[in-house]
Design a protein. Structure first.
Length: 55
């Protein structure tokens, strides 16, 4: 399972839109979309906010 697939799964579990997750992490919705489609990966400083937002 890729990072993007896992991110999408967790985001759906906590019922967050890409836009809401982006707001919580401090990025754009397009950035979250790129993460989920494996076009890029989060910078290290976004990992903790991602973990907190996704539980």
């Amino acid at each position: 399972m890729t990072f993007g697939e896992r991110l999408l799964e967790y985001r759906n579990r906590v019922n967050l839109s890409q836009e809401k997750l982006a707001e919580k992490v401090g990025v754009t919705r397009q950035t979250v979309s790129k993460w989920e489609t494996n076009q890029s990966v989060p910078d290290f400083d976004k990992i903790l906010p991602l973990c907190e937002a996704l539980g």
